[in-house]
Design a protein. Structure first.
Length: 199
């Protein structure tokens, strides 16, 4: 993303738990506000609680566009946010992840649980293979992603990934760095598939 512009969309991966430290909820709200004020649409899992709800509520409160993507079985138990710009219902978790990435120009990962980690690692895998080429920004707020980042470094050290794969993701410590990171992230191209095998 050379420079964030109106009409571009950012996938925001984050947790749905409202039982976490309130600082995570505040950081999610800050993320939603910053993205919306920059004219960037948000695509996310569609939930109304936890960091998901905080991101959406904050973005909507300043006039942002927020698209939720949620499997039908979750909508049926009323997990969906009721005030979104658009809620797209799909049949499965796989379709949810596919549609979120297909609709987005970049990814921002906030703290969350196993679903968030899965989404982040899948986006990294897609980018490694050239299936997704946008920036992937890991918001390592309060050191939440330290262990995950250590694991990725272990993958490189033990030669399951290449050193240049570090350029797939960027790490910042707070939401305030997101917009600059979206602009400054290393360029990536669809021919990444040719450089995917470990050298």
């Amino acid at each position: 993303m050379s420079s964030p512009t109106d009409g571009q969309k950012v996938a925001v991966y984050c947790g749905s738990s409202g039982k976490c430290d309130a600082r995570y909820l505040d950081e999610a709200a800050r993320t939603g506000t910053l993205l919306a004020q920059a004219g960037l649409g948000i695509v996310f899992g569609g939930g109304s609680t936890g960091l998901m709800g905080s991101v959406a509520d904050a973005a909507l409160s300043v006039g942002g566009d927020v698209i939720g993507v949620m499997p039908r079985f979750m909508v049926d138990v009323e997990w969906a946010h009721a005030g979104l710009t658009d809620l797209r219902t799909v049949d499965s978790m796989h379709q949810r992840k596919q549609l979120i990435l297909d609709t987005s120009d970049a990814v921002v990962a906030l703290p969350g649980g196993c679903g968030t980690l899965e989404e982040l690692l899948e986006a990294i895998t897609w980018k490694q293979l050239g299936l997704f080429t946008g920036p992937i920004v890991v918001v390592n707020y309060l050191g939440f992603y330290d262990l995950c980042l250590t694991m990725l470094e272990s993958c490189i050290r033990e030669r399951f990934m290449n050193p240049h794969h570090r350029d797939i993701w960027s790490v910042i410590s707070s939401a305030d760095g997101i917009l600059a990171c979206l602009t400054d992230s290393p360029k990536w191209s669809e021919d990444a598939l040719l450089r995917a095998p470990v050298e």
